[in-house]
Design a binder for this molecule. Structure first.
Ligand code: ACO
Length: 344
């Protein structure tokens, strides 16, 4: 295995050292809802199979006139409103479903939300993209290159999954989420206290969309070795989440909110069990939106915050896993904020 890992140094109790602080949270979902029954009418599948094996009941999909960039702009704008700000110094966009291969979408998002001119770039880490983008934005803040960064994650997987493939078509939904990060200290609520990131490119084919050279003929759809990915997801999210919990000197039963990438309710439960996270801390919002790839963590955070499941100061652990393979985790205390939601 060719695994590469970056782990932050062990931290003591929260103090006045630098930290990136979460200051706003916004989301955008397409209005069109696709229930499990819709697939059961078209494919050899059933509502029972999808609910039992994934936890998904329904998901949202974009209509042909809505782009990934439209979703990203709406979520970014909502996050700015949640933070009570009109400007930021930089924008990082996590996506693996760009509307076009070149250029990156982030400069367009920055321009369309009235922030033209700021540094803006995309991060491609599949379902780990939001955590990778959070870490990247924290680096910009730490290096003094920005005092505030908009971290946006937006996906339109409905455009890359084969509608005739029951093993992937039922899993994914479209959506976007965004947070505003600002320079602050580790003592503040909302402070990001630890990160862990990793990858294993030797397993790159477990989740992939073939390129033109790999597959010159025919349509190039998303494929996933479901069972293999399931096992690797449990293994890496458990180890990665444990790493940030240890860096913060927290115990698993201190965790107030555990928000794993929302790919499969059984994976989330298996990781939480292995870590020893209390069941009431586990956030699982997959039933309403399916797997929205990089957007899944901010969408789940907004649902949990609106549902009163995230208290200011709660010790919160985010963990993600996706194609690459990639994985990553972050630990933070939950800030005082009200999410702003939008639909398109
Ligand atoms: N309806 C009915 N049957 C189905 C369906 C469906 N929609 N999909 C697959 N099946 C069948 C399979 O064909 C197989 O049949 P067989 O036993 O006759 O061969 C059977 O169900 C079992 O298939 P498995 O793949 O073993 O099912 P499993 O319980 O593993 O569930 C799933 C599949 C949901 C994909 C699961 O493996 C999973 O969630 N994997 C990980 C997903 C993940 O974490 N992805 C990473 C992030 S996503 C990203 O990076 C973009």
């Amino acid at each position: 295995m060719h695994a590469t890992e970056f782990t932050t140094p062990a931290r003591e109790e929260p103090d006045d050292r630098f930290a990136a602080v979460v200051a706003g949270l916004g989301t955008c979902l397409p209005r069109t809802e696709i229930r499990n029954a819709w697939f059961a009418e078209r494919l050899d599948t059933s509502d029972d199979w999808i609910r039992a094996r994934t936890g998904i009941a329904t998901r949202r999909r974009v209509t042909p006139d809505v782009s990934m960039t439209d979703l990203a702009c709406a979520a970014a704008d909502a996050a700015l409103r949640s933070a009570g700000r009109t400007t930021v110094d930089a924008l990082v966009l996590a996506t693996t479903t760009p509307d076009r291969p070149c250029p990156a979408a982030a400069p367009e998002v920055a321009d369309r939300i009235g922030q033209g001119g700021i540094p803006a770039f995309d991060v491609s880490a599949v379902c780990s993209g939001f955590v990778y983008a959070l870490a990247t934005a924290t680096g910009l803040l730490s290096a003094g290159l920005a005092d505030s960064v908009l971290v946006t994650a937006a996906e339109t997987y409905s455009r890359i999954v084969d509608p005739a493939d029951r093993s992937t078509a039922v899993l994914f939904g479209d959506g976007a989420g965004a947070v505003v990060l600002r320079r602050g200290t580790a003592r503040e609520t909302g402070a990001l206290l630890a990160f862990d990131l990793g990858s294993d490119g030797a397993a790159r084919d477990a989740i992939h969309v073939p390129g033109e050279r790999e597959q010159p003929e025919g349509e190039r759809w998303f494929t996933m070795a479901g069972r293999k990915v399931y096992l690797r997801a449990v293994e890496h999210m458990t180890a990665s989440a444990l790493s940030v919990v240890k860096d913060c000197a927290w115990a698993p039963d201190d965790i107030g909110a555990f928000v794993a990438h929302q790919a499969n309710a059984r994976i989330i439960d298996a990781v939480a069990d292995r870590l020893g996270v209390p069941s009431e801390a586990v956030v699982c919002e997959i039933a309403r939106v399916g797997n929205t790839a990089a957007a899944s963590i901010p969408l789940a955070l907004a649902d949990a915050a609106d549902g009163g499941r995230l208290e200011p100061g709660s010790r919160t652990v985010l963990t993600a896993f996706g194609g690459g393979l990639t994985w990553g985790s972050a630990a933070l205390t939950w800030p005082h904020l009200t999410p702003v939601r939008s639909e398109i």
